[in-house]
Design a protein around this ligand. Structure first.
Ligand SMILES: [Fe+2]
Length: 491
């Protein structure tokens, strides 16, 4: 082999070695893009790598905003300004975005497209520029990748162009995937929110309940996550866990779609016309006794004087009991007496004797079955990894640490944290809600007292209730939103 041949071979080997090194660096960029690093942290790292691979002084990544027909700087090395915006028809990046062409410029100051404003502001001297478009699979321009000032030499080579195009291709694929993922996430979020609205709309009595419970629960969870409180030192939520809790909250009453309307919206123990029937019956009993008494029946006279209640007062009392949220012992005794006097029948007696709310045992069981329905519907959905507990969290919103909750009677250890937080938010909202016809809104102080009492009796988690009240977490700071923050915005 001649000396010339040997030198040529060595030179070729050097080039191959160099290209090999560059290829490895490009693969490393790909690996970096495939990592789980948050988007805001990932792009500066990737762009730094691009600068390194191309041996430039600095690089920038611009993305297209098709709403305003501008490019905005996702990363701009060496620039302190938060965001640079360039119209599509201006500057070098605008030209590349507009035409889809690659520009390789020896000296920026000789190029008419170059805008010197930033150089003037920063004192930097831009010389060589290499700028390539970022295209998706449909050839749509997503943005522009630009590198400035080739180190050591004046101009970027053809090889640099090829390498930068390769890097731009990788970044474009990543951006498109991230954008599609965000779109799917937003679509899913909107569907879940729409279902929550539909649940709440179905029952005007509890309008807005799902969204208020979600807002309260998320506020408590976020505060616990950030808290340095000894009680919650081991509690941390990942991004997925926050999302899981949010969806569980929005959908916690989903099973109510399977509860008949007459039970769901039942505001009175007895339908109104039943009261009229009792009124007529009472009138008849009174008239019969009066007639007998007038005919000299002393027993009938005594019945009217001592036992028969005043018809007007009696109806007034029954109407009050009919909508009463809680029946005291004295009223319960009066109801028993009316049954003995045959003023009400057994069925009516059982309705009037409902201690709490307006539902009898059978109706209450149907109403409470909404939790089982919620859990089984949510269980039937194939949730993505990291959100597998949605059904269990949602299905625990009426469970109690002492095991007396419903429908599963889970004990303290078996109730997921999200379910415990949601239970507090659910009870607090039910107490303070202004829209329930069967009870007035209970002021905060009284509601706080009630939930504190429930916590002491182990009906609610005591640490969560105390934390909720100590930190005024019942005051919603962030209004319930129908949309999540978009991580990557298709601008
Ligand atoms: Fe519920």
């Amino acid at each position: 082999m001649t000396n010339n041949n040997q030198e040529e071979l060595q030179a070729r080997n050097k080039i191959l070695e160099f290209e090999n090194k560059k290829c490895i660096q490009i693969i490393e960029v790909g690996l970096e893009l495939a990592s789980q690093v948050e988007l805001e942290k990932l792009f500066p790292l990737v762009i730094a790598k691009v600068t390194d691979v191309i041996e430039a002084e600095r690089s920038s990544l611009f993305l297209c905003d098709y709403e305003t027909n501008e490019l905005w700087s996702m990363v701009a090395e060496g620039i302190k300004t938060k965001e640079i915006r360039v119209p599509f028809d201006q500057g070098i990046v605008g030209h590349v975005a507009n035409t889809g062409e690659c520009l390789n410029i020896e000296d920026a100051y000789d190029c008419k497209l170059f805008n010197r404003t930033i150089d003037k502001k920063t004192g930097y001297r831009t010389k060589s520029i290499l700028c390539v478009p970022l295209k998706n699979r449909q050839n749509k321009i997503l943005g522009v990748l630009q590198v400035l000032n080739k180190k050591g030499r004046n101009v970027f080579s053809k090889l640099d162009e090829d390498f930068l195009k390769l890097l731009a291709g990788q970044i474009a694929v990543y951006i498109e995937n991230a954008s599609l993922y965000t779109q799917i996430e937003n679509l899913f979020e909107n569907v879940v929110s729409a279902i929550a609205i539909a649940i709440d709309e179905r029952d005007p009595v509890t309008a807005g309940h799902s969204r208020r419970v979600t807002a309260l629960t998320m506020q408590i969870a976020k505060a616990m996550h950030l808290s340095e409180d000894e009680r919650f030192k081991d509690i941390h939520f990942t991004r997925d866990e926050f999302k899981e809790l949010r969806y569980a909250c929005l959908l916690h009453d989903l099973g109510k779609v399977g509860v008949p309307e007459e039970i769901l919206q039942k505001a009175q123990k007895l339908p109104t016309n039943w009261i009229n029937v009792i009124e007529q019956r009472l009138g008849r009993v009174y008239a019969e006794a009066l007639l007998k008494s007038m005919n000299g029946d002393n027993e009938a006279k005594e019945f009217i004087d001592k036992k028969l209640p005043d018809p007007e007062e009696c109806i007034c009392f029954l109407k009050k009991v009919n909508t009463l949220g809680f029946l005291d012992d004295e009223s319960a005794q009066k109801i028993d007496d009316l049954l003995k006097l045959s003023i009400i029948d057994q069925k009516e007696h059982d309705y009037f004797s409902i201690k709490k709310g307006t539902l009898n045992k059978k109706e209450l069981a149907i109403m409470q079955s909404h939790v089982t329905k919620t859990q089984s519907v949510l269980n039937a959905i194939s949730w993505p990894e990291g959100m597998k507990n949605i059904a269990k969290i949602a299905g625990s919103h009426h469970e109690s640490p002492d095991g007396s909750g419903y429908p599963f009677h889970r004990n303290d250890k078996d109730i997921p944290l999200g379910g415990k937080i949601m239970a507090v938010a659910d009870v607090y909202d039910a107490l303070t809600a202004r829209d329930r016809p069967y009870k007035p809104a209970i002021p905060h102080e009284k509601s706080a007292e009630i939930i504190r009492g429930m916590a002491e009796r182990k009906k609610l988690d005591i640490n969560i209730v105390n934390f909720f009240l100590e930190h005024n977490l019942y005051k919603i700071k962030n209004k319930p939103s129908h949309r999540t923050t978009m991580i990557f915005n298709e601008r």
